[in-house]
Design a protein around this ligand. Structure first.
Ligand code: CDP
Ligand code: MG
Length: 560
């Protein structure tokens, strides 16, 4: 069914057509007509099925009182509110005088108040901030006739239940309430019972989407172990054709060199290379002469290679769109593919969550495969290779017969050949040292200090130092002790038992964009360096931080 077949005003049809929509999606077909006649609706369909237009189009069609605020849309996050706001603005484009305003936390209150005062007819926002405005009386609810709970399941997940109920209980009872959600947990049905009037439940069971052809996995590894982790994955899964994405040209060069050194057939490509060279590299990858292409986003743009079966995000992309673009290099034309993403530390974990929300796909965490697992994969591979082998030649037969004559029967021959193959497979599995979680509560642990060649001159604060150490090593913030920041260097107490591991994973390491070197600290309390430290301490204010624990920032700020 097309939008044209609905009894919509010319202004709306025009804007909808401008957006390129002609056919309605299923959820739109089933819910828009009901909403247009004033019914309360519960819309249940998966992400990406067009729920925004399902509630947004009726909103701008029916609620066009330009003097008052008549429509309230609640969304779970700032991003989703912004997105819904954008979309609704587009639908309202030709509806004169209809003004939509977005309000969400983390943005300037004054600006939002200013926008609201200029006369908003539709407010789209997060429950917390909307409630703030209601309390300040910058949002008035008395003329509201239409309330939307968008992505209701996510709002409940984010703990907005009380805020939602507080808002709904203040909106005039004579109103229309619609709720849209990708899932329908019982908590949502409870809300619908309490705040909707005879709602019609519309459910769409959708078939698979294209991105589902791509399995998306991530691994949380120490920054200093990313290259090892990548090698382990390449060895375990042996993709016949893989693209590896890095964020910088330098990283492309370094990583390619490292992979080649370890025996992988890899080539790198980036914008600093001559065009002829790039073409040559691309061709060797396209015709499968090399298995691995290491690249930046820019040089990968627009290239279309068939049969890429794995994409690796060695660096997390800086932009959500890039993520989609990158992983879309695999799983093309009806094939399946896998996207592997490496992340280090909490910040990247949250960035990945953001990507997940944006792409509306699930990215599953996995642990790096253990050696034993890889060996069993290799065994499976050998079996399937032998099963599907079909280039037998008669000379092979002749060799078999001659071997049999000298007392080595077929079985023994097979055993020797298989052993040879498996042995080299096993030998090629790279070692991977995992960060060991340190036993807790061992206060009397032996410690040593490391020295990092960055200090106050680069405006370094302890949280930068600790953050970098945690990301690089994958250890916990609690495993590190006292951090002393001097003018040009910093010392950090570390557990003695981990010193080799820490020195290894932190070289190289970056702090706040500066490449730093981490060494064992050789100074003692009575050495010259330390006397100097005391002098600095007297001359300038010295920052001393003890037992820094990242999530209890306030406790550690003891300035001397
Ligand atoms: O909210 P939900 O996850 O169901 O999906 P959405 O955020 O509304 O996204 C639906 C996407 O499909 C948007 O990019 C729309 O522009 C597009 N679309 C639509 O909503 N309706 C159509 N009839 C055609 C396309
Ligand atoms: Mg939505």
């Amino acid at each position: 069914m097309q939008f044209r077949e609905l009894n919509l005003s010319q202004e709306i049809l025009e804007s909808v057509e401008e957006l390129g929509f002609t056919e309605m999606t299923e959820i739109q077909q089933k819910s828009i007509p009901l909403i247009l006649i004033g019914k309360d609706v519960i819309g249940h369909s998966k992400t990406g099925t067009g729920k925004t237009a399902a509630f947004g189009i009726p909103a701008v069609e029916r609620f066009t009182d330009t003097k008052n605020l008549t429509v309230l849309v609640l969304c779970p996050t700032r991003e989703l509110a912004m997105q819904a706001h954008e979309e609704i603005r587009k639908f309202a484009r030709y509806k004169r005088g209809v003004k939509a305003v977005a309000v969400y936390g983390g943005a300037s209150m004054e600006k939002q108040i200013y926008e609201l005062k200029r006369g908003a007819n539709i407010v789209i926002g997060t429950p917390g901030r909307i409630l703030d405005h209601i309390r300040r009386r910058t949002i008035k609810l008395d003329k509201i006739g239409y309330v939307v709970l968008d992505e209701a399941d996510e709002m409940l997940n984010m703990g907005f239940r009380e805020d939602i109920e507080a808002i709904l209980s203040e909106v005039p009872e004579k109103r229309q309430t619609v709720l849209f959600s990708a899932t329908m947990p019982p908590a949502i049905l409870a809300i619908t019972e309490k705040y909707q009037r005879n709602p019609v439940h519309v459910e769409i069971k959708t078939s698979q989407k294209t991105v589902e052809a791509i399995e998306q996995i991530y691994y949380n590894v120490a920054m200093g172990r990313k290259t090892d982790a990548l090698k382990l994955l390449l060895t375990a899964y042996t993709p016949a054709s893989a693209m590896i994405f890095c964020n910088t040209k330098k990283m492309v060069d370094d990583l390619t060199e490292e992979l080649v050194k370890s025996g992988f057939k890899a080539v790198g490509i980036h914008g600093d290379m001559k065009q002829s060279q790039r073409t040559q590299v691309m061709n060797s990858f396209k015709n499968k002469a090399v298995e691995i292409l290491v690249t930046t986003d820019v040089s990968a743009r627009g290239i279309d290679v068939n049969g890429v079966d794995a994409v690796f995000n060695y660096d997390l992309p800086q932009d959500n769109e890039y993520y989609i673009h990158r992983i879309g290099r695999t799983g093309r034309a009806g094939h399946t593919g896998t996207a592997y993403t490496l992340i280090s530390g909490r910040r990247q974990f949250y960035e990945l969550r953001e990507i997940e929300r944006y792409t509306k796909a699930e990215i599953i965490e996995k642990a790096l495969p253990e050696k034993q697992e890889i060996i069993s994969m290799k065994k499976d591979n050998i079996i399937s290779e032998i099963v599907s082998y079909d280039s037998k030649i008669s000379e092979a037969n002749e060799i078999l017969e001659r071997l049999a004559e000298s007392g080595i029967d077929y079985r023994e021959t097979a055993l020797r050949l298989i052993s040879e193959k498996l042995k080299s497979d096993i030998e090629n599995i790279p070692e991977f040292e995992r960060p060991r979680p340190l036993r807790k509560g061992k206060k009397d642990r032996q410690t040593v200090k490391v020295d990092i060649n960055i200090g106050r001159n680069k405006h370094i604060a302890p949280n930068f130092i600790l953050g970098a150490l945690v990301d690089a090593t994958g250890m916990s913030g609690r495993d590190f002790g006292k951090i002393d920041i001097f003018d040009t260097h910093t010392t950090v107490e570390i557990p003695e038992s981990e010193q080799d591991y820490i020195l290894d994973t932190t070289n190289p390491m970056k702090i706040n964009g500066n490449k730093v070197e981490v060494k064992l600290y050789r100074g003692t309390d009575k050495s010259k360096t330390d006397r100097k430290k005391r002098e600095y301490g007297n001359r300038k204010r010295r920052e001393m931080y003890t037992d820094y624990i990242p999530d209890r920032k306030k406790r550690m700020k003891k300035r001397h």
